[in-house]
Design a protein around this ligand. Structure first.
Ligand SMILES: CCCCCCCCCCCCCCCC(=O)SCCNC(=O)CCNC(=O)[C@H](O)C(C)(C)COP(=O)(O)OP(=O)(O)OC[C@H]1O[C@@H](n2cnc3c(N)ncnc32)[C@H](O)[C@@H]1OP(=O)(O)O
Length: 141
């Protein structure tokens, strides 16, 4: 599936009391990146709701002035739900800082009841993507 990327410059207002990137800001950026993958693929952002953030793992702190690029990709497609893998990479200091999964549900814009999104995972031979799809099947709710 298509990979989406968004970059954020880590500024003073994004920091915690340790002087590193605040986890809440990171979570906001990850959910937003997941939403973009789901909504852009579906085509109707107004039909997409977030139902679950499946535990983000913060692997290393991110410093002020770094640039965080968040990669997002659909890794599981149910009938009405889409699970997105999100990961954040530091452009300046290098390395992966955070990763996790977010699930969105397609709903009828008027009734807010779940409705089929009509999206299927495409064929891929990419081993990393296949590994993420396998991990997605094991993610607890
Ligand atoms: C930490 C973050 C901080 C910062 C974050 C800042 C954000 C920075 C801006 C970004 C922008 C983004 C924007 C996002 C969009 C909103 O923000 S949406 C607002 C937040 N979300 C909501 O208000 C949703 C409230 N929940 C609901 O309305 C209902 O639970 C829902 C989503 C309609 C589902 O209803 P339901 O009766 O549970 O539906 P049900 O038929 O049982 O299940 C439907 C599908 O959901 C799946 N599902 C149900 N529950 C779960 C679950 N717990 N887990 C997984 N899948 C589930 C089912 O398996 C099923 O999937 P399929 O088998 O059809 O594929």
């Amino acid at each position: 599936m298509k990979e989406y990327k968004i970059s954020h410059l880590v500024k003073s207002e994004d920091l915690n009391h340790h002087g590193t990137l605040f986890a809440g800001r990171t979570a906001e950026w990850l959910v937003e990146a997941g939403f973009i993958a789901a909504a852009a693929t579906h085509g109707r952002p107004q039909d997409i709701l977030c139902v679950n953030v499946h535990g983000f793992t913060f692997k290393r702190p991110v410093q002020k002035g770094d640039i965080l690029t968040i990669h997002s990709r659909i890794v599981k497609a149910g009938t009405t739900s889409l699970m997105i893998h999100v990961k954040a990479l530091c452009e300046i200091h290098g390395g992966q800082s955070v990763e996790g999964f977010v699930t969105f549900v397609c709903v009828d814009a008027d009734t807010k009841k779940p409705k089929p999104h009509g999206i299927s995972l495409d064929e891929t031979q990419d081993e990393a993507e296949l590994a993420l799809r396998a991990r997605a099947l094991e993610v607890p709710r």
